[in-house]
Write a protein that binds this ligand. Structure first.
Ligand code: 0O2
Length: 221
């Protein structure tokens, strides 16, 4: 390649990555706004925390090689759906679905794929809700639809997944059987804890509702 060609490629790649950065900003702002509104109406915060990251060009390149894809921007755009990624950690499973509903109702967001690992947990015990969202990004001379991957988990499942991820990479994906079954047990315990916490949370909501009805009976008529 000539220096000029390389400079042109660099500019194209920067512009390509910029669109993902803008899409990520849009989605994180939306999530922040929805969270604040939810906090106002429900008197508690459904979101514990939010992390977002842009995949580095090196990691994108590794995924392209691993999947034997052509090294072109259109092929990357079509096949690598986690260039822009957001992870949302909620306290309760019901909040995860409430958040999904709120995102679905956003006019400029389209949910293009849903992977519900709560309904169908992975064999290792992994549970999470994965959404691929499509948002329009307007740049000076073009408008593009960009995919953002959103993973929504509970605190307990996030705790489990971060350790499992480390173990998986430590053993280069060949986790010994004993560890694998202990991890599965830990995932089941995390899931049981989630169900217990959800039940307590519902009971708490009922108590608060009854208290309000007793304090202000006329308001509810
Ligand atoms: P990393 O290092 O977190 O980026 P794809 O994203 O299309 O390549 P797949 O499996 O079709 O892969 O997508 P899926 O199921 O939506 O999973 C994508 C991401 O979810 C993973 O990204 C992980 O972040 C997370 N994930 C999925 N399964 C597991 C699991 O069993 N354990 C843990 N800890 N995390 C999981 P990457 O690129 O694999 O990894």
């Amino acid at each position: 390649y000539s220096l000029q060609q390389l400079q042109k490629m660099k500019m194209e790649l920067t512009r390509f990555m910029m669109a993902y950065e803008f899409a990520l900003d849009q989605i994180t702002t939306k999530i922040e706004n929805l969270s604040q509104e939810f906090h106002y109406t429900h008197e508690y915060n459904p979101i514990e925390h939010v992390n977002s990251r842009l995949k580095s060009p090196e990691s994108i390149f590794q995924k392209v090689l691993k999947r034997n894809l052509p090294l072109t921007l259109p092929a990357i755009e079509k096949n690598i759906t986690d260039i822009a990624g957001v992870r949302i950690i909620c306290s309760f499973q019901s909040d995860i679905y409430a958040l999904k509903g709120m995102l679905e109702r956003q006019e400029d967001v389209r949910i293009v794929e849903v992977k519900d690992y709560f309904k169908q947990p992975k064999s290792n015990g992994y549970q999470s809700l994965h959404l691929l969202l499509e948002v329009p990004v307007h740049m000076s001379s073009t408008s593009k639809k960009i995919i953002v991957e959103v993973q929504i988990r509970t605190i307990a499942m996030d705790f489990w997944a971060s350790l499992e991820h480390k173990i998986y990479y430590k053993y280069n994906q060949a986790v010994p059987d004993r560890l694998r079954s202990e991890l599965k047990e830990a995932a089941d315990s995390a899931s049981a804890l989630d169900r217990k916490m959800e039940k307590l949370h519902l009971e708490m909501k009922e108590i608060k509702k009854t208290e309000r009805e007793e304090e202000h009976p006329l308001e509810l008529m």
